[in-house]
Design a protein around this ligand. Structure first.
Ligand code: AMP
Length: 171
């Protein structure tokens, strides 16, 4: 897995000074790299332990539908505000400055359904924790969370209440 790191482009001071941005577009355009990522993410859970897969807008959408398909499940989008057309449930979460909001269709998850959450990077964990809350608000259960990259030094997992976390690469 660690040879995948060579395919990830590191951009210092983007989108602002002090952030080292991990650009996964260079990994995704590599056929073997993309195949390895999808194969790795789908081992986060056994197919029999999950009912559906959530992707978080926007970079989670790069992977989640393919992972869902590989597991033989459906895909559910969690989107930024005012994008979903039917009745939604929403969650607000803290950013470094201010707050942000994410939404899901209220009928996307049935009570008791087990959900795998997929995103590209686990950083502070704020986004993933908010999505886990959305799942639970709708009566679903978090079967696990899968990330391409986990930034260990930011301790994002501490926000995820002991949920099962599967990260392919650690920095
Ligand atoms: P967080 O809520 O802090 O865990 O941030 C998660 C989101 O921010 C992920 O969906 C990533 O897309 C993005 N992100 C945060 N830090 C980075 C980084 N250093 N490189 C690339 N993406 C990042």
């Amino acid at each position: 897995m660690d040879n995948l790191k060579q395919l990830i482009r590191e951009i210092p001071d983007w989108p602002k000074p002090g952030i080292l941005f991990y650009d996964i577009t260079t990994l995704m355009k590599d056929q073997a790299g993309l195949a390895a990522v999808i194969a790795g993410l789908q081992t986060a859970v056994k197919p029999e332990d999950v009912d559906a897969v959530i992707g978080i807008e926007a970079r989670g959408f790069f992977f989640a539908p393919t992972v869902a398909h590989a597991l033989g499940k459906g895909f559910i989008p969690v989107r930024k505000p005012k994008k979903l057309p039917a009745a939604t449930e929403s969650v607000e979460y803290a950013l470094e400055y201010g707050t942000d909001k994410l939404e899901i269709h209220r009928d996307a998850i049935q009570p008791g359904q087990r959900i795998l959450i997929v995103d590209d990077v686990l950083a502070t964990g704020g986004t993933a924790a908010a999505v886990a809350q959305l799942v639970e608000k709708l009566g679903g259960r978090v079967a696990g969370l899968a990330f391409v990259i986990e930034l260990d030094f930011l301790n994002g997992r501490q926000k995820l209440n002991g949920h099962h976390i599967h990260s392919l690469l650690h920095y």
